[in-house]
Design a protein around this ligand. Structure first.
Ligand SMILES: Nc1nc2c(ncn2[C@@H]2O[C@H](COP(=O)(O)OP(=O)(O)OP(=O)(O)O)[C@@H](O)[C@H]2O)c(=O)[nH]1
Length: 203
């Protein structure tokens, strides 16, 4: 039987408990949102197939528990991931400060060439914003990665974020096959779609 996809990419979401990792995955995979908070226990995944550059890409998106007590289980999944999405909550300063620790955890546990992406979630809650976009832009630039503000609630930038990560992985693997490396220098900013600058609020 013919394969229903051209590539399978494994993605992983990490970040503090309550930042909205599960909701982002549910919005992306099922186009749904729920206000009730049920903290993830251990690890789970959902699947969605997307079309990128004429290729069918099956995305297996792994959801990790943000709580410290699950760290041993969740870090065991870093190695198999081709892309890791670091999530903080724009209304929670601590979750942004902790991104540095999550970056360190990637360095210690993931494969060397893993693609990373930074997301500031809950951008529908503008009135409660504690983390300015410029702070996160600067951090992303320092790490040479893309950054989006998203809302799992309003859908803002959710598809854009997942698709951009999948595209980066695809381009990188195509580059590797043809012998070219298109990996940017760690200090180089990969310019985001300007969609990223859209004002994000539910109005
Ligand atoms: N306003 C708003 N609330 C959100 C958004 N995303 C998630 N939430 C809410 O934030 C709470 C936590 O969301 P989860 O997706 O369960 O958080 P998590 O990061 O998976 O948490 P752990 O499983 O504990 O690691 C829930 O009450 C969600 O409804 C968003 O974009 N906007």
């Amino acid at each position: 039987m013919a394969k229903a996809y051209d590539h399978l990419f494994k993605l992983l979401l990490i970040g503090d408990s309550g930042v909205g990792k599960t909701c982002l995955i549910i919005r992306f995979a099922e186009d749904n949102f729920n206000n009730t908070y049920i903290s993830t226990i251990g690890i789970d995944f959902k699947i969605r197939t997307v079309d990128i550059e004429g290729k069918k890409i099956k995305l297996q998106v792994w959801d990790t528990a943000g709580q410290e007590r699950f760290k041993t289980i969740t870090t065991a999944y870093y190695r198999g991931a081709m892309g890791i999405i670091l999530v903080y909550d724009i209304t929670d300063e601590k979750s942004f400060e902790n991104i540095q620790n999550w970056m360190k955890s990637i360095k210690e546990n993931a494969s060397a060439g893993v693609e990373r992406l930074l997301l500031g979630n809950k951008c529908d809650m503008e009135a409660k914003r504690k983390v300015q976009k410029e702070q996160a832009d600067k951090l992303a630039r320092e790490h040479g990665i893309r950054f989006f503000e998203t809302s799992a609630k309003s859908s803002m930038n959710v598809n854009e974020a997942f698709n951009s990560l999948a595209r980066d992985i695809l381009l990188k693997s195509a580059g590797r096959r043809s012998g070219n490396s298109n990996k940017p220098a760690s200090t180089e900013l990969k310019t985001c779609d300007r969609k990223n600058t859209n004002k994000c609020s539910l109005g």
